[in-house]
Design a protein around this ligand. Structure first.
Ligand SMILES: C[S@@+](CC[C@H](N)C(=O)[O-])C[C@H]1O[C@@H](n2cnc3c(N)ncnc32)[C@H](O)[C@@H]1O
Length: 251
């Protein structure tokens, strides 16, 4: 993998620099090096040119995505983060500039639940979307709801932080309510867990959220590392589904 010098420096020092050059801890908020490398691989493999991410923070995931786009021959990356100034002191946007990648980057400093519907209204479409914003269930579900409509068929989604019950629950929703529209991309996440490993993961997931049995079973079935990669194989039109008007599948 080609890693740019700004990223290399951040992983070496575990710090990011604010506009005055004062170091701040880059972790735990930022993507680990191995998750970043996986992100880079997914974007390069998807071979698309339009990418979107929810949750910019210090720009570590953005730098991986932008580097992948550049190595693929170019593209355009959009990031969304309402707290880019308030919490992160503009460091995410600054890091993109430091890496010289600002020409293929834009950032909306607003919540994703306001920006994504607007992008949809503007008929934007993306080849890859990274969801790593507000991890509470309803926020993640909304991010997925719009992602589902913004993503081209053949595109990929990466959901970060599978250790969180809310993200496991979101995957459980996708599995039960978008069956046939998404395929788990096992090249990037998980083979199948077996035997005691599976039971251990099941018990661990149930301990974190005791009533989420389906989500725990799904989680325990695969080695997810810390992310789920899904390939969109079919468009889903909620107005034209085969199901009854009062369709509901528990998840
Ligand atoms: C775990 S951090 C993202 C880390 C980043 N992806 C990286 O690895 O470099 C989560 C981010 O989500 C942002 N966030 C919180 N609520 C949000 C919302 N409603 N819409 C978009 N982003 C949100 C936070 O400001 C924070 O920067």
């Amino acid at each position: 993998m080609m890693i740019n010098t700004v990223l290399e420096e951040i992983y070496r020092t575990e710090k990011v620099l604010d506009p005055e050059g004062t170091p701040k801890d880059a972790f735990p908020v930022s993507l680990s090096r191995s998750d970043g490398e996986a992100l880079y691989d997914v974007v390069t493999h998807t071979n698309g040119s339009r990418t979107l991410e929810v949750g910019l923070a210090y720009g570590i995931s953005a730098l991986h995505i932008l580097q992948a786009l550049q190595d693929n021959g170019g593209g355009a990356h959009t990031a969304v983060d309402p707290y880019q100034q308030k919490w992160w002191n503009g460091i995410g946007v600054l890091n993109v500039k430091r890496a010289g990648l600002q020409d293929i980057f834009r950032c909306f400093v607003e919540p994703s639940y306001m920006v994504l519907p607007r992008l949809l209204g503007d008929k934007e479409r993306y080849d890859f979307i990274f969801i790593d914003g507000n991890h509470r269930f309803e926020f993640s579900l909304l991010d997925f709801f719009y992602t589902d409509r913004l993503l081209q068929t053949g595109g990929r989604i990466m959901l970060h932080d599978t250790w969180m019950p809310s993200i496991r629950k979101l995957f459980s929703f996708i599995d039960t309510n978008r069956r046939g529209c998404y395929r788990l991309d096992t090249r990037f996440c998980g083979g199948n867990r077996t035997g005691s490993d599976r039971w251990r993961a099941f018990a661990q997931a149930l301990k974190a959220s005791p009533l989420d049995i389906h989500a725990a079973r799904l989680y325990a079935a695969h080695y997810f590392h810390n992310y789920i990669v899904l390939e969109k194989i079919q468009e889903h039109d909620p107005e034209k589904i085969d199901a009854e008007w009062n369709f509901y599948a528990a998840f």
